[in-house]
Design a protein around this ligand. Structure first.
Ligand SMILES: CC(C)(COP(=O)(O)OP(=O)(O)OC[C@H]1O[C@@H](n2cnc3c(N)ncnc32)[C@H](O)[C@@H]1OP(=O)(O)O)[C@@H](O)C(=O)NCCC(=O)NCCSC(=O)C[C@H](O)C(=O)O
Ligand SMILES: [Mg+2]
Length: 356
């Protein structure tokens, strides 16, 4: 076991010291692009300032014979594009049991380490996977002369990873956050779904049958059905693990690109449960995430009203017929801090909130 005293010591001589706090930068959407796809790659410069996070994906969705092209493409994009102050550059490397990941990490950290904010690691099974990446990143940072520590983001997409989620969240000061990977997790759990995220019409609760005049339930009569959220338990547990360790939880992909309504619902459920962002797979999902993961003007106005009515943050007051106290004050402060952080990057939001 590592001593708590050593937790913030670099894991290689010459590597930058680990971050003591996770940088709280707006990350409402992690926008995936395939760096080996010339059309997508060409769009990256125009997405700077539009997406909070641009992620060069090297793993699933990139076929085996394009793995090297994707890696080299990402290096070129990172060298050519100025990502500015408000857009982060992330990558998703190949899985730790794949033949590509060692070259992914070696190439990316030594060639573009100073431009990479976060490395997303898929199919993380336990804290041992994070320890491996942590040490390797430190060695490569030292070798490449990288000046600030690259953060690590784990994807929760195996039953074992799920069982170890708290240990994964706390495995290293590099841990920036965790995303739900619903497609791989469903397969690993042997769930009987075939989708990439979202709900399922078969996962439902049905209203009780009404009784006829004879008191006998009418099993064949009209009954409302309520579709349930397949991901509630998983997201809630991931959110708790992240909150416990001061890192950020994210919903992952929503594969039905055309169903922008259900995508917005899925993202909003995650936002309300505590997630700070979601993945966008197609440009159309960027605006959905931006809308959902930014607090509404009404919520910001209400949060301000509560804060102003309780300057000490304590006591109990009535606002619009509802009791507000220390606990609702704290929730309001979560909304206000997020609004402030987003406003610093987004003048339109700043104006909206100022006028709220
Ligand atoms: C889903 C897509 C395959 C759809 O692509 P396409 O059919 O080309 O869509 P459009 O015709 O509507 O595209 C219009 C133009 O926009 C460009 N485009 C599309 N997607 C992107 C993008 N992500 N970034 C930038 N530009 C994009 C197209 O090239 C078109 O350009 P033009 O012709 O010049 O107008 C495609 O969107 C896609 O491949 N998306 C990414 C998929 C991905 O990354 N998947 C992996 C993440 S999900 C996952 O791994 C599962 C998870 O791990 C889990 O286990 O749950
Ligand atoms: Mg996956």
């Amino acid at each position: 076991m590592r001593s708590a005293k050593d937790f913030f010591a670099p894991l290689a001589v010459g590597a930058p010291a680990p971050a003591r706090e996770v940088p709280a930068r707006p990350s409402r959407m992690i926008h995936f692009f395939d760096p080996s796809n010339p059309k997508m790659a060409a769009k990256v410069p125009d997405m700077v300032g539009v997406a909070d996070v641009l992620l060069g994906n090297l793993e699933d969705a990139v076929v085996a014979d394009k793995k090297e092209a994707a890696r080299e493409g990402l290096v070129q994009i990172a060298k050519d594009v100025d990502f500015g102050e408000h857009t982060q550059l992330w990558t998703r490397v190949n899985a730790l049991d794949s033949p590509w990941v060692l070259d992914d990490l070696t190439t990316l950290v030594t060639e573009i380490g100073d431009k990479l904010d976060v490395v997303m690691v898929p199919k993380v099974q336990g804290p041992e996977d994070i320890h491996y990446v942590d040490r390797l990143l430190a060695q490569l940072e030292a070798k490449g002369g990288v000046q600030r520590p690259i953060m690590v983001h784990a994807i929760l997409e195996t039953a074992r990873g799920m069982a170890n989620v708290e240990a994964i969240a706390g495995a290293s000061p590099r841990m920036q956050g965790i995303s739900l990977g619903p497609a791989d997790l469903a397969a690993d759990r042997r769930m009987k779904t075939t989708r990439v995220g979202g709900g399922h019409p078969g996962y439902l609760v049905r209203q009780d049958p009404t009784k006829g005049a004879d008191g006998i339930p009418d099993y064949q009569g009209q009954r409302t059905i309520f579709q349930q959220d397949l991901w509630h338990y998983t997201i809630a547990r991931m959110v708790d693990a992240c909150a416990m360790h001061g890192i950020f939880p994210f919903y992952g992909p929503f594969g039905d690109i055309k169903d922008v309504v259900a995508c917005e619902d899925q993202f909003r459920n995650a936002f309300l449960l505590g997630c700070v962002g979601a993945w966008s797979l197609h440009p159309v999902q960027i605006d959905i995430a931006k809308k959902v993961f930014s607090p509404s003007a009404e919520d910001v106005a209400h949060a301000r009203e509560v804060r102003d009515a309780m300057p000490s943050g304590g006591g109990a007051v009535m606002i619009d017929g509802k009791m507000e106290d220390d606990a609702s004050y704290k929730q309001c402060m979560v909304i206000l801090e997020l609004a402030e952080r987003l406003s610093a990057n987004d003048p339109e939001l700043a104006k909206l909130y100022a006028e709220a």
